[in-house]
Design a protein around this ligand. Structure first.
Ligand code: ADP
Ligand code: ASP
Ligand code: MG
Length: 470
C-alpha cells in the first residue's frame, strides 16, 4: 500500500489559478498512489494579515481589524466563486468563510476590549488562515471528482502548551492520526489537513511556529508511515542560495537530511527547521517541488545522497542578530560561568543561534536574535551581578546589526581548504569576518559579518566557492 504526503505552501494556493494548479497535481497523484494526504498553508499573506489584525485590536485600532476581516473574506469568497461551480457547495463554503471571519472579528473585539493579546489568543486567531484554505481546497478537489474532506489539525496534532511554537506530543498524536485519518483513507477519501496548527490535549489551538506547515506534513508523513513527503512551493527545489539574493542560484538535485536541516536552521526559508526531524528515523524521502513547474525533478532529501564530497552545496544568511560578549580576566578558571551564562540566556527565552570560538578564554561570545538581546543582557546582568561587582567580569556588551552566513555541505568542516576558500572569497571583497561559529553539525561553517556586508558575503561565497569563480 503506497501513501503520498503532499504539502502546498501559501503561494501554491494564493490565487485561483495557483489553487487550481495544486488541485490538478493532487488529482493526478491520487491516481498514482493508493492514498494521498494533503497538507495546506493559509493563502499567501493571510497569516500576516491575521496577526496584523490581532495586533491592531490590541493597540485599540478597531477599523484596521475590521478592514482585514473584509479583505480576507472577499479574497476567499472570490476564490470560491472562481473555483466552485456547484451552487450547494459554493453556498456552504461561503457560509463557512463568513462564519470563520465573524469568529475572527469577535476574537479581535475581545482583544480590543481588553487591550491585551496573549500568545494563546493569537494562536486561536491565526488558526483561521489554514482552516479557510483547507475548506477551499477540499471543495475544489470534490469539484474535480475526488472524495475529499477538510480536516483541522487541531483534531490530529496534539501539542504542549507553548503557544506560537508548540511541540507535538508523539503518542497522543499518533493515536489521533490513526483514529481520525485511518477510516477516511480506507474509504478512499483525500484528507486536506490544515498545516501549521495543532491543539493542546484540552483542545486549545496552538501553532508550530511560522512556516510550520512543512513540519505538519513531516509529522503526518511519519505517523502514517508514508512512502514520501512532497513539499510543493514556488521555486524548483532547494537551491544553492536564496534566489532573491543570488539570481543565478541553482537547484540542488540531492541533499541529505543533515545538510538540509542545517540550511533550514541557518535561515533558508524553503523548509521549516523542524520539518526534517520526524522523517529521519524511518528514512522517508522528502522532495521539494514547484507547484508552478511540477514536471521539474525538484530536490530529493534522503539520508545519504551520492555526492558527499566535502564541497559547499549552499550558502544561507540569518539577519537581525546581536552578538553578546561576556568578558573579564577574572573569568579564567572560575567554574560554572559558562553554565550560568547560558542558563541566564535560557531564562530570557532567547534562542542562541551560534556560540563563537572565543578568541581567548576570557570571553564567552554568542549570537541571539536582536529582538531578544535586551532581555538577555538584563538576565545576564542579574545572574552575574556578583562577578560584575567584583570585576571578575568587566563587561557584558551587545553588538547589533550583524548576520550569520553559513556554508553548508557534508564534510565541509573536515575538508582541508574549504575554510580557506571561504575566507579568501570574502577577503577579495574586503568583507571583515567578526567571528567563526561552531555549528551544530559536521556539515556547516558559520561566520558572523556586519549586516551591511551580508548580501555581498552570500554572493561572494556563492560565486567563488559554490560556482568556483564562474
Ligand atoms: P511556502 O509558502 O511554499 O512554504 P516559503 O516562502 O516559505 O514557501 O519558502 C519558499 C521560498 O524560500 C522561496 O520562494 C525562496 O524565495 C526562499 N528561499 C530562501 N532560501 C532558499 C533556498 N536555499 N532554496 C530555495 N528557496 C529558498
Ligand atoms: N501560514 C503559516 C505561516 O505563514 C504557516 C506556513 O505557511 O507554513 O507561517
Ligand atoms: Mg514555508
Amino acid at each position: 500500500m503506497s501513501i503520498l504526503m503532499m504539502k502546498f505552501g501559501g503561494t501554491s494556493v494564493g490565487t485561483p489559478a495557483a489553487m487550481a494548479q495544486a488541485g490538478e497535481i493532487v488529482s493526478r497523484e491520487a491516481k498514482n498512489w493508493d492514498h494521498v494526504v494533503v497538507v495546506v498553508s493559509a493563502l499567501s499573506g493571510v497569516t500576516d494579515m491575521l496577526i496584523a489584525g490581532a495586533r491592531s485590536a490590541e493597540t485599540g485600532n478597531k477599523e484596521r481589524y475590521q478592514e482585514i476581516a473584509d479583505t480576507i473574506r472577499t479574497r476567499h469568497r472570490e476564490m470560491a466563486a472562481k473555483l466552485i461551480t456547484d451552487p450547494a457547495e459554493r453556498e456552504a463554503l461561503e457560509r463557512t468563510i463568513d462564519s470563520y471571519l465573524s469568529e475572527f472579528s469577535r476574537l479581535c473585539e475581545s482583544v480590543y476590549v481588553l487591550r491585551e493579546l496573549t500568545p494563546r489568543v493569537l494562536d486561536g486567531i491565526v488558526s483561521f488562515g489554514e482552516r479557510l484554505s483547507a475548506r477551499l481546497l477540499a471543495a475544489f478537489l470534490r469539484e474535480q471528482g475526488l472524495r475529499s474532506e477538510a480536516v483541522d489539525a487541531t483534531e490530529l496534532i496534539v501539542t504542549d502548551g507553548t503557544f506560537q511554537n508548540a511541540v507535538p506530543l508523539v503518542d497522543p498524536t499518533r493515536a489521533r492520526v490513526a483514529d481520525r485519518l485511518g477510516p477516511s483513507l480506507k474509504k478512499g477519501v483525500v484528507p486536506v489537513v490544515t498545516g501549521f496548527i495543532g491543539a493542546t490535549e484540552d483542545g486549545i489551538p496552538t501553532t508550530l511556529g511560522r512556516g510550520g506547515s512543512d513540519y505538519t506534513a513531516a509529522i503526518l508523513g511519519e505517523m502514517l508511515d508514508s512512502d514520501a513527503v512532497w513539499i510543493f512551493t514556488d521555486v524548483d527545489g532547494v537551491m544553492t542560495a536564496d534566489p532573491r539574493i543570488v539570481p543565478d542560484a541553482h537547484v540542488i538535485p540531492d541533499i541529505s537530511y543533515a545538510e538540509v536541516g542545517e540550511l533550514a536552521y541557518f535561515g533558508a526559508k524553503v523548509l521549516h527547521p523542524r520539518a526534517i526531524r520526524p522523517v529521519i528515523d524511518r528514512g522517508i524521502p522528502v522532495w521539494v517541488k514547484n507547484t508552478f513547474n511540477p514536471d521539474a525533478p525538484g530536490t530529493r532529501i534522503v539520508r545519504s545522497p551520492q555526492n558527499t564530497d566535502g564541497t559547499v552545496k549552499a550558502v544561507t544568511m540569518i539577519d537581525d542578530l546581536t552578538m553578546i560578549n561576556v568578558r573579564g580576566r577574572g573569568m579564567i578558571g572560575v567554574p560554572g560561568i559558562a553554565g550560568r551564562t547560558f542558563s541566564a540566556v535560557a531564562r530570557a527565552n532567547a534562542n542562541v543561534l551560534m556560540i563563537s570560538q572565543a578568541s581567548s578564554e576570557q570571553s564567552i561570545c554568542f549570537a541571539v536574535p536582536t529582538e531578544s538581546a535586551p532581555a538577555v543582557v538584563a538576565s545576564l546582568e542579574e545572574e552575574l551581578a556578583h562577578e560584575l561587582a567584583r570585576r571578575d567580569i568587566d563587561s557584558i556588551w551587545a553588538q547589533n546589526d550583524l548576520v550569520i552566513i553559513t556554508a553548508v555541505g557534508a564534510g565541509v568542516r573536515d575538508t582541508p581548504g574549504v575554510d580557506g576558500r571561504i575566507f579568501s572569497a570574502l577577503g577579495k571583497a574586503r568583507i571583515n569576518v567578526l567571528a567563526i561559529a561552531q555549528g551544530s553539525s559536521e556539515c556547516s561553517v558559520s561566520l558572523v559579518v556586519e549586516a551591511t556586508d551580508g548580501i555581498a558575503a552570500v554572493r561572494q561565497i556563492h560565486k567563488e566557492v559554490i560556482n568556483n569563480g564562474k
